[in-house]
Design a binder for this molecule. Structure first.
Ligand code: PLP
Length: 427
């Protein structure tokens, strides 16, 4: 609440013509008020994780294991989003918004600290798709240049390169995906063999969204540096899940989204541009309101932004830091390995994800025998209150489940039990 408009005034403002219901406090805010307190994180073991779950507004009986697609925001994030959005709508003056410039820089600092790099290397984007495309559009690539990509990349890091190759004349070399994960050495060797004197950049997905194959990010970025080649790590599935240390991995570019594993507000993201690569990349957008430091001064003139979302994103990073980043990674990976172990025991289920914990991380895909994956996914949601994602097509089709730190061993067991039931009785 800004000092100039009290909560009561705000309520009165909208209590006309039935608008009050439209602007009423959301359910979670009422729940907090009724409980007379905001739940806090405390305890140890499962009690600790229960208290973490209580920070999310998902109903207790709904187990959504779909973090690779979209994560819910926690209560502190939702509160920040609502507070800051309301503030701008109550008082959209330049004076009220002026303070928000500082908030954007504060998010930049938080992102830098979270990824263990400097604020001068951080660009605040809308999402990973945009960040990946800023790289493929922003480099001076021409006929004769080569770009090495992993075939199992997301379209924003695969189709994007192929389309820009058609436009600018450079060549894309694709590294085929192998299932099951053939081991880190396989991909290191595949990239090594593909590098030529024409290679300008190599790119891969830190953790694949298809089946959760983990990539040797540090080794591939080192390989790129040894050959004077740039590297782009698509971190959509590692940012906010793994305890990522970019100072150690040292890519030229790394990208991520707030609305996936960091559990931030929707439609915000990050593009890390290593200081050594600043000279190599052109901005794709020229507009107003640049960032205040480093590359953001020239690269981040994106026009009007939603600072409420940025403040909420910072809150999400703080929330994860409070829970413990190493603990979050450990918990999500344990749940995924529990799921792999459970599914592997079911007859006819083909698990596409490697059972080797050194090669996987919290994204699990499987073919549920001869069951129709779409119908199974629907039954799991409607009858068992479990959210998964369908993987259509011939390429390692089936269902994907991606547990995060707000999920529980019970939800994983419920999923395995329900799949077993449908395998036996049909959907
Ligand atoms: C590996 C990977 N890269 C990029 C993206 C795109 O993320 P966004 O939709 O947040 O831009 C995704 C989304 O699932 C992804 O899995």
């Amino acid at each position: 609440m800004s000092a100039s408009v009290s909560r009561r005034d705000f309520g009165r403002l909208f209590a006309v013509g039935g608008s009050a219901a439209l602007f009423a406090d959301p359910v979670w805010a009422r729940e907090n008020a009724q409980a007379g307190q905001t739940p806090t994180i405390s305890g140890t073991g499962e009690a600790f994780w229960k208290s973490v779950r209580a920070q999310f507004v998902m109903p207790a009986d709904l187990g959504v294991l779909n973090a690779a697609n979209l994560c819910p925001a926690s209560r502190p994030v939702l509160e920040a989003l609502k507070r800051e959005s309301d503030s701008v709508d109550r008082d959209p003056s330049g004076q009220n918004r002026a303070r928000l410039t500082g908030e954007k820089e504060s998010l930049r600092k938080a992102l830098a600290s979270f990824l263990r790099v400097t604020p001068e290397e951080i660009v605040i984007t809308r999402n990973t798709s945009e960040a990946n495309n800023f790289v493929s559009s922003g480099l001076d690539l021409k006929a004769g240049d080569e770009v090495i990509v992993f075939h199992d990349n997301h379209p924003s890091n695969l189709t994007a390169w192929n389309e820009k190759a058609r436009r600018f004349g450079f060549t894309v070399i694709e590294i085929p995906q192998v299932n099951p994960h053939p081991g880190m050495e396989h991909y290191i060797n595949a990239y090594k063999k593909a590098i030529t004197s024409k290679t300008r950049i190599l790119t891969f997905t830190h953790l694949s969204s298809s089946v959760g194959d983990l990539f040797p990010a540090k080794e591939l970025c080192a390989l790129a540096r040894e050959h004077g080649v740039m590297s782009l790590v698509d971190g959509a599935q590692s940012f906010g899940l793994l305890d990522v240390n970019l100072a150690d991995i040292s890519p030229d570019f790394y990208t991520g989204s707030a609305h996936k594993w960091p559990c931030g507000a929707r439609e915000c993201g990050v593009l890390y541009i290593n200081a050594r690569a600043h000279k190599n990349i052109w901005p794709s957008i020229y507009s107003a309101y640049p960032g205040a430091v480093g590359i953001s001064r020239t690269f981040e003139s994106f026009g009007q932004r939603d600072e409420a979302t940025m403040i909420a994103f910072r809150e999400a990073l703080e929330f994860q830091t409070k829970v413990g980043r190493a603990a979050i990674e450990k918990r999500s990976r344990e749940l995924a390995n529990q799921l792999i172990a459970g599914l592997s025991k079911l007859p006819d289920v083909k698990v596409w994800t490697s059972p080797n914990p050194a090669l996987n991380a919290a994204v699990v895909s499987f073919q549920p025998g001869s069951l129709n994956p779409q119908r199974l996914g629907q039954a799991l949601y409607e009858k068992d209150k479990i959210g998964t994602a369908g993987r259509g097509g011939q390429d390692r089709g089936g269902l994907r489940a991606s547990p995060h730190f707000y999920n529980s061993p019970e939800e994983v067991d419920r999923l395995v039990g329900a799949v077993a039931k449908y395998l036996k009785n049909g959907v």
